[in-house]
Ligand binder design. Structure first.
Ligand code: SAM
Length: 213
């Protein structure tokens, strides 16, 4: 038995599902999903915890998610979304290669996922490709903190953190990476989710809208 695979493939997706729940982050999910309509592509769909927050005007959600465990844990939320008249389909395992036509989405949504995508540059190109003219990328992510002392700890802890957190990067400056990929940003909230020093390292949250230029 390969313990590394057991942890990465089975245990970690369950930990994520049990951690990123509404009591902790529901208000961030609501802000990201607010006002969306039409066809949404969700990078890092996870266990579907954004589904209850999509407005009724969202018709389809194309899920991009590599983890079979996370996807299987989404079942109840996918069924509930269908009962509301929407449809969810898992279209791809990697945001760097999405099996959807050009100009086919009204929005790309990503919640705490850009930190974990290995080939982020290609994923952001894919986001631009699938978005229809006028479409937008909505995000809430944890990012490199603005305080030098916190950022120093993020860089220090990164080698170990990446090993235990599914390849997550504490030290990605998500807003800058979006700008570098050709998006114009309207940043919404950005703040630490907790003032506890340890929590700051994983808890500089940034939310907003990114428009392809
Ligand atoms: C921290 S979890 C967040 C899950 C979900 N977005 C949420 O808000 O609960 C990060 C997610 O990104 C997914 N992921 C990792 N690599 C990915 C890739 N290359 N393309 C798309 N998703 C990926 C993981 O499997 C995981 O479900």
């Amino acid at each position: 038995m390969n313990l590394r695979r057991v942890y990465d493939d089975h245990l970690f997706p369950r930990l994520v599902d049990l951690t990123l729940t509404d009591p902790l982050v529901g208000s961030w999910r609501r802000a990201v999903c607010d006002g969306l309509s039409g066809d949404v592509v969700e990078f890092g769909f996870g266990s579907g915890r954004n589904l209850p927050h999509y407005p009724a005007d969202v018709r389809t959600v194309s899920a991009v998610e590599p983890s079979d465990v996370a996807w299987s844990r989404a079942g109840g939320r996918v069924d509930a979304f269908a009962r509301r008249g929407g449809r969810v389909e898992r279209v791809s395992l990697d945001a760097a290669r999405i099996d959807l036509p050009d100009d086919s989405a009204d929005a790309v949504v990503t919640t705490w996922t850009l930190c974990s995508i290995p080939d982020l540059g290609s994923a952001l190109e894919e986001a631009r490709r699938v978005l229809r003219p006028g479409g937008e990328l909505r995000f809430v992510e944890h990012s490199l903190a603005p305080d030098p002392s916190v950022a120093r700890w993020q860089r220090r802890l990164q080698p170990m953190w990446g090993q235990v957190a599914g390849g997550c990067h504490l030290d990605r400056d998500i807003p800058s990476l979006l700008v570098d990929a050709g998006f114009e940003l309207a940043v919404g909230q950005q703040r630490y989710i907790s003032s506890v020093p340890g929590a700051k390292v994983v808890g500089w949250f940034v939310t907003g809208t990114a428009l392809p230029q």
